[in-house]
Design a protein around this ligand. Sequence first.
Ligand code: ZN
Ligand code: MN
Length: 486
Amino acid sequence: MTNQYEVVIGLEVHVELKTQTKLFCGCANAFGQDPNSQTCPVCLGMPGVLPVLNGEAVALATRAALALHCTVNSHSKFDRKQYFYPDLPKAYQISQYDQPLAENGHVTIQTSIGKRDIGIERIHMEEDAGKLNHLGQRLGDAEGSLVDLNRAGVPLIEIVSRPEMHSPEEARQYLVELRTILSYLEISDLRMEEGSMRCDANVSLRPLDYTGSLADLPRVEIKNVNSFRNVQRGIEFEIGRQRQLLQTGQRIVKETRGFDDASGSTYSQRSKEEANDYRYFPEPDLPPLVLSETWLQDQREALPQLPDELRQYLAQRGVAERDAEVLVQDLNLYHYWAQVVELVPDVRLVTNWLLSDYSRLVNAKGLSFAAPKVNAGGLASLLSLIISGTLSGKMAKEVLETMFETGETAEAVVKRLGLIQITDHNAIKEIVSAVVTANPAVVQDFLSGKEKALAFLVGQVMKQTKGQAKPDLVNALLREVLATYA
Ligand code: ZN
Ligand code: MN
């Protein structure tokens, strides 16, 4: 048997849909309310109640499926997945088993060797379970557990990838891109800390000489990790653990493992269930879900611009790929960018300013582009002063900082501080000559070929003009004066 293995990773992502009401009843779908205040006989699993499917949830799930390039099935159905756990009042979860809502999509990720599509096997709809609050650190030493069923019946989609990722980094990229796409749809809060997006990772190692099917490889599922970084860490740990077991001739046990944040390790929770442990059968209280072509067309038309379309647009506008990615990842930032570009059509200048100095100030002051301190018009006027030559880049930085502090307009700051760039040829030449005369040693250095000496002289001129001399003019005049020494 070989010592070489290929890492095989598949991800199952649960996403809570941001509907008004729960999936099968009229209770509010609201996070952070008093325990058990958002419940009714249906989501409490009382005998004799009947579920009614929430159309808004179907619409949001369908849009997610379309945005992820899935085929949406015109016929799907709901099934009961039986398992016993105190957070599941009916002792079964209504889910979709053999006829899911959607199949065969993909998410495109950027790897070291270019773009690659990671397949999505299926997307199905299901209800969430409630929440257990253990009184103590861990379940094992808890004095008791409290059940909160506010979350029971909240609509979820489960997005199941194909086992097509081969490194922890690829898994993280898949998650980042998946979340970016879903964030454009505004169908979910997508907060991993609050559980509105949850990820389980299936990890196995395939010996390079293995020829059997991937499904037969012993795989370990890491459950409910609470951040992208921890998904990556958990997978990293799991790869190391499994490799060591295989290399010492031991077997990998098919099981579900938890992730411990503090130690970065995974620990055994239970042996993994097989599908037939759940005794799936069709939900008798719900009719099949049938979607008409016109309704599907409406959902297609309701899709907003998606990340890939935005990437294409930004490339057309001449935005560098790395900068474009920053804009794509933050729609508030992109909308701000678009407003400034509308006013100042110098795309390069706007992008540079926005992603460097402006973003630095926003981050340093803990602000956000959702409610910008300096609005797009304000930044546009500042940039216009650079284009007109009134301000040098360095002066503009100062002005911007002041704008952030005082809320003044660029023009007001310039006027108050007397910050007008010196573009007067003669005025600058005088200072240049004085600087050259005062620094004979540096001038010698320059004349003997040390280009760096010039930067020092430029610096001296800028210092004497308090940074208000036009830098390219200073440069040109210095070279002119130095030429007379050669
Ligand atoms: Zn309810
Ligand atoms: Mn599920």
